[in-house]
Design a protein around this ligand. Structure first.
Ligand SMILES: [Zn+2]
Length: 149
């Protein structure tokens, strides 16, 4: 057997991620396998909704898992989503979201070890109790708000 163990392992399977209590906030999304830098972790799955619908859901108690796809469309990860909806914010994240072919994907910004929590810099948060950042990294901006435009 001379197969590359990294290439043969399916890092996109659901089992590559697990959801459990996070030291950052509520539940978090944790890697169960090693993701190398640049690896696609998973799709940020969910219901595709219009900006208008997204704004409406964000005003209510829903809308905790809504991510922007583009200026017209948003994805509500709480509807038909996967473990990625539990990804917490960090000001020094190990992952980021990119739009490819009309879908949102989470990619590793650096190598992520099994057991590590996956984090993304949200730029802003629509959830009241998440508006104060607890990531405790050296670059923490304290508040989850849009970076200076
Ligand atoms: Zn922070």
């Amino acid at each position: 057997m001379n197969e590359d163990p990294v290439r043969t392992r399916s890092v996109e399977s659901k089992s590559a991620l697990s959801v459990r209590k996070s030291p950052l906030h509520g539940n978090g999304c944790f890697a169960t396998v090693r993701f190398l830098k640049g690896y696609r972790i998973d799709e940020y799955a969910g219901e595709r909704i219009t900006r208008r619908e997204a704004m409406q859901r964000m005003r209510g108690s829903q809308g905790k898992s809504i991510s922007e796809l583009n200026e017209d469309w948003y994805i509500d990860g709480s509807v038909d989503g996967n473990q990625t909806q539990y990804i917490n914010h960090s000001c020094d994240p190990n992952a980021d979201a990119f739009v490819i072919g009309g879908s949102l994907f989470i990619f590793a910004l650096r190598e992520i070890a099994p057991g590590e929590e996956i984090t993304v810099d949200y730029l802003n948060s629509f959830e009241q109790d998440q508006s104060v950042c607890q990531c405790c990294t050296a670059s923490c901006r304290q508040r989850i708000i849009r970076k200076a435009a």
